[in-house]
Design a protein. Structure first.
Length: 359
């Protein structure tokens, strides 16, 4: 059995830890945040189910349902209630062809997945994280609010330089972090040949901010008969790129008599951190009101900030990751996650499953 150190407590890291702990390995998971799960984060408040991170995964994924089955939550999977989407052309909403909304937003998924919608869990994507953590508690050590400062190769082990002056030797280290974090962690391990790791430091990322709003249903003068809408000119309505009709897209997302929405922005650094939650709520409410007739102020709002969180995939980035994995071959250090092996939940799961199988 192996000693495995997993650096990163997001979805991919938790899957690797879950699989290896089930095999009897000694597993320790590190994450600097007090909350594990990374970009999967669901909040349930007063009957509203609010996604702060990813809303779901591509509908034709086989990897996520297989994992859900192993965790005993496959029966909690749900699909969209509709596939219809609208586009806002500046004057009104027009129906879009299947897949047109995803293509417009630049979703980095295979073209065959466009137009098929997404799936999620009845209580939100956070249900997957809850199940993984429940499976880990008895078999692994999970350390939130704890981090690894560097990864170095010893003669017979991989040395993890921890915060607060601590250290840990493991047989295998799994890096399941954003690309730029991986670059910093791995530089000491590669020493003179650190160019492949350093190259990841220039990986392209974008920031995203979402505002979820809740209203009385009768305050919205629209049938809300679609998944939501995309915006042709975000600059014309406060930078909003898209809006999900959350309470229409999935079941049980809002109490009876209420409607909930999620508005997506790509803010610059100044607005991302400089505007207060109240200012973002006002901006989102105003933007929604330019598209739909909204006759009341929002009852509740939730702000989700993700600075430099979404990787932008390109052939150049794939080449960088391939070069880094070649440099790490035989060094007992493995990479996992969507930042390194492809965007989206399905890719993150498949990356983690492959990594776990290699150990």
């Amino acid at each position: 059995m192996a000693r495995v150190g997993v650096i990163g407590g997001g979805l991919a890291g938790l899957i690797v830890a879950y699989r290896r702990a089930a095999r009897g390995d000694t597993v320790v998971v590190f994450d600097p945040a007090p909350r594990l799960g990374g970009q999967l984060w669901t909040e349930s408040t007063a009957g509203f189910v609010v996604e702060h991170g990813a809303e779901g995964f591509v509908a034709n994924s086989a990897a996520v349902p297989k994992l859900a089955d192993d965790l005993g939550i496959e029966g909690e999977l749900v699909g969209q209630t509709t596939l219809l989407s609208y586009g806002f052309d500046g004057t009104g909403l027009v129906p879009l062809a299947p897949g047109q909304a995803g293509a417009f937003l630049g979703f980095q998924v295979p073209s065959d997945d466009l137009g098929r919608g997404i799936r999620t869990f009845r209580r939100g994507m956070g249900q997957l994280i809850e199940a993984l953590l429940a499976g880990l508690r008895a078999n692994a050590e999970v350390r939130p609010s704890s981090w690894v400062r560097a990864v170095e190769l010893g003669r017979d082990a991989v040395h993890l330089d921890l915060d607060r002056g601590a250290a840990l030797d493991v047989d295998v280290a799994v890096i399941a972090t954003p690309a730029r974090v991986a670059a910093a962690l791995l530089a000491p391990a590669l020493r003179g040949g650190a160019e492949p790791a350093a190259a990841l430091d220039s990986a392209a990322v974008v920031s995203i901010l979402t505002v979820s709003l809740a209203y009385p249903r009768d305050a919205i003068d629209h049938p809300l008969d679609a998944t939501g809408f995309v915006v042709a000119d975000p600059a014309a309505i406060g930078g909003m790129r898209a809006c999900t009709f959350t309470s229409s897209k999935f079941i049980e997302r809002a109490p009876d008599g209420y409607a909930s929405f999620r508005l997506f922005f790509r803010p610059d650094a100044r607005d991302l951190e400089g505007l207060s939650d109240a200012e973002w709520t006002a901006r989102a409410h105003d933007a929604l009101g330019r598209v739909l007739r909204v006759r009341a102020a929002p009852l509740r709002s939730w702000i989700s900030r993700w600075p430099q969180a979404l990787p932008v995939w390109s052939d150049e980035h794939r080449a960088r990751v391939t070069a880094l994995e070649s440099a790490l071959a035989g060094r007992r250090i493995l990479l996992a996650g969507s930042a390194l092996h492809g965007s989206g939940i399905d890719r993150a799961v498949r990356s983690a499953e492959s990594c776990a199988a290699l150990i």
